[in-house]
Design a protein. Structure first.
Length: 338
């Protein structure tokens, strides 16, 4: 069931709609009722009844990425639809947890509400935070304390029990020898690999594990690329996979130094490639098989030129070149760096 409305809460800012208003609350109840019906053993949907937390993982990830895509495209209708799909995943997991007697939607909602209040003492408890940097520092400090308390509770230290049962443990005994690494491991556990690499890179750099200048980062890129080439040439797939990861991680550091977002950069490249590839495919009547690389390169360059012309003020689609480039290659089919 949805969380109870807090009558003591401050009213929403002028010009905004209270998300806990009766209409929104009724809509949440309707969604819960629909999911309950889908999971009803006596007349529900066979597919929904087969689902588990594990089987739904791909759908949670897919819906989250589709929300991000809708945001990037600035399409409000699409965003509202995708947020609904993501909300469905939350309600489905809550229903599964409730069936198993582990947790429910009310507990989920109350838990996140309590966390937000706890981590915003400058809003709810009279603390001061005059800018976003201060808010981030406070948030991280509170989160770190929460993690320590959870670890102490797990070990039984809150009851004065030594992990080995030999007496009272001192605070030093509970301290980790690698607290930053522990926090980072917890932070990146559920992140996509690129986002996780950026988080690790930022925290490690803040702790002093950093190059003196970006020149050192570029040197590392060249070093890792050479090792990747060597690993690929050796035919050792596992080694090549590791070296590929090293190259990507180092490029994430380049992005950090330059203030770039690698996830957004790669997403933009994907979009540009698909836009060009779609035009190549359309120009060939949807049939790519059997085409030579020179012909494909010709259409690729034409698509690229057309997109640039359309983006220019007062631009128009240029005519296709009559001759293919003198030296076409598969590399030319790849989009340029973002």
């Amino acid at each position: 069931m949805p969380p109870a409305h807090n009558d003591d809460a401050s009213p929403p800012p002028p010009g905004t709609r209270d998300p806990a208003a009766p209409g929104a609350t009724d809509a949440i109840r309707d969604l819960i009722a629909v999911v309950d019906r889908l999971r009803d053993p006596e007349g529900g949907c066979p597919w929904d009844l087969e689902q588990t937390h594990t089987s739904l993982i791909p759908y949670v990830l897919e819906e989250a990425h589709e929300v991000a895509d809708a945001i990037r495209h600035g399409d409000d209708d699409h965003l509202a639809e995708e947020l609904g799909d993501l909300l469905l995943q939350v309600v489905l997991h809550a229903r599964l947890g409730s069936e198993e007697g582990r947790f429910d939607l009310e507990g989920i909602a109350r838990g996140i509400s309590a966390k937000l209040v706890r981590r915003h003492p400058h809003v709810f408890a009279g603390a001061e935070a005059n800018n976003s940097a201060a808010v981030r520092r406070s948030w991280e400090a509170i989160k770190h304390q929460e993690l320590l308390e959870k670890e102490q509770a797990r070990r039984g230290l809150n009851q004065g029990i030594h992990p080995e049962g030999t007496g009272i443990a001192s605070p030093a005994a509970a301290a980790s020898a690698s607290p930053l690494s522990d926090r980072l491991a917890d932070k990146v556990r559920g992140l996509p690999a690129l986002a996780g690499a950026m988080a690790i890179s930022k925290k490690a750099a803040a702790a002093g594990f950093e190059w003196e200048s970006i020149a050192g980062v570029w040197e590392k890129v060249e070093e890792e690329l050479a090792e990747l080439r060597e690993a690929v040439a050796s035919g050792d797939h596992h080694h090549a996979q590791e070296e590929l990861g090293d190259v990507l991680f180092t490029l994430v550091n380049v992005a950090r130094w330059c203030g770039l977002d690698p996830e957004e950069g790669l997403a933009g490249t994907n979009r540009r490639f698909l836009d060009r590839f779609r035009r190549v495919e359309a120009a060939l009547g949807g049939e790519l098989s059997g085409r030579g690389i020179r012909e494909l390169e010709l259409h690729w360059r034409a698509a690229k030129a057309a997109i640039r012309a359309e983006a220019a003020p007062g631009g128009s689609t240029p005519q296709e070149p009559s001759e293919p480039p003198a030296a076409a290659s598969t590399a030319a089919l790849s989009p340029p760096p973002a």
